[in-house]
Structures are given as C-alpha cells and as structure tokens.
Ligand binder design. Structure first.
Ligand code: ZN
Ligand code: ZN
Length: 230
C-alpha cells in the first residue's frame, strides 16, 4: 500500500520548515505520496487579519508562486525519492468560538479559493476544480483556542454530501465518531515541524498517480490508517 500524508504545512503559512526541507524529510522517510496544504485563512475578522499580517496564510497574491514552488519540488521529489507531491491548501475559517471554526483540505487545487467565501461555495468551487475535499480534525480543546474546529462536524448533515472524506486521525488524535458515521476517512500528521512526522497516516491501495489516489479516497476502498512511529 502507498504510505501517504495529505496534511502538511511549510513556511508558506505557520510551518517551521522550508518546503524543500519538508520534502526531504518525507522523501527520506520512505513516503509514497504527500500533499502540501498550507493555510489559506479568512481575512474578514481580527484573527484572520493577524494571520495575514504575520504572513501565516497563502494569499491570492502569492498563490501562483506557492503552486509553482510545489511543482518544482514535486519534480525533484519524484526524481530523488519517487515520491508524488500533490498541491493543496487548508482553507481555515478561524473564529473565536469552537462552533464556528472550520478547516478544510483541498487536495489537487488548481486555482486560488478565498477562505472568506461560504463553506458551500468553497466546496462547490473545489469540486469544479476536480479537487478532493477533506473535513479536518473535529477538535474541541477549549473555548480559548482556535484549534477548536467543530463547525463542519456539527453541521455534517448539511455538508457531508459535498465532502469527499473526513480526517479520522490528526497527528496523535483519533476521532472515532467519523467511523461510527461510516464516512470516508483519511489520517494525517498536520505537520508543522519535524517531530510531527511520527503521527497517524493514511495507507492507500492504488497506483501512485494523482487521479487514482483521488478516486481511492473518494470511493474509500483500499484505505487504511497506520500510526507511524520511529
Ligand atoms: Zn487545521
Ligand atoms: Zn493543518
């Protein structure tokens, strides 16, 4: 099966490492497929404005540069490690209360999608681009942290028909509720620094090809998760 991680941040948002370094860490660890998914944060409230001010978000302005850098690194990763690298983003709608925040991976994105659009509009646009949509980490930590991202889960009856898969594992956490609902699932590191490579991962039984991988995630056949430890 292919060893995969579809949730990875670099210095293009709040990751601590350059993209090149991230690619080398995953390549040297034997990964078959990864997706780089830096945050695209909503700029329509104070939390979002903070993220934009401190360059913790990919923006409409640097999106092309971001995608080109991923494509260059993807070529290098293929030549050096036979590792497939897929361009993605994590649309991050951050609000101060847990029940409003939502994080959404868009894997194989082609054009910029602003995070201040409605969730429905974002999901439809992602679908039009042929991308895979993954609802991230239904975390509840405390009212004070923007890691609380319950909106999609709490409104799953409304959105699940647009969502290709749910993140059943994120770093060291498992969200059993995803399997109880029998939703399609994947598990990822939410990589921000080197140590995060040791975390939940996805295994896929399909060929090492972007279209086959997207199909495998959507159909949720031949999908497993594994805890990757040193
Ligand atoms: Zn997130
Ligand atoms: Zn993330």
């Amino acid at each position: 099966m292919l060893l995969c991680d579809f949730h990875i941040h670099t210095k293009y948002s709040d990751g601590s490492l350059d993209m090149r370094k991230v690619i080398d860490i995953f390549g040297q660890s034997g990964f078959d497929v990864i997706s780089i998914t830096d945050h695209v944060v909503n700029g329509d409230n104070s939390m979002g404005k903070f993220a934009h001010r401190f360059k913790l978000s990919v923006t409409a302005k640097n999106f092309e540069n971001y995608i080109q850098t991923i494509k260059q690194e993807a070529e290098r990763a293929w030549d050096k490690y036979e590792m497939l690298v897929i361009p993605g983003v994590e649309i991050s709608k951050n609000h101060l209360t847990a029940d409003k925040s939502a994080h959404l991976l868009i894997i194989d994105i082609k054009e910029f999608i602003p995070a201040c659009m409605s969730i429905e509009a974002i999901l439809i646009e992602a679908k039009n681009q042929g991308a895979v949509t993954v609802a991230c980490h239904p975390h509840y930590l405390s009212e004070a942290l923007n890691k609380n991202t319950l909106y999609l889960w709490n409104n799953r009856d409304k959105y699940s028909r647009y969502i290709d898969a749910w993140e059943i594992g994120n770093r060291n956490d498992l969200f059993n509720v995803v399997s109880l609902k029998k939703y399609a699932f994947i598990a990822n590191s939410d990589f921000h620094k080197a140590g995060h490579i040791y975390s939940w991962k996805t295994l896929l039984r399909c060929s090492k090809d972007t279209e086959a991988i997207k199909r495998c995630i959507r159909d949720n056949r031949g999908v497993a998760i594994t805890l990757f430890r040193n």
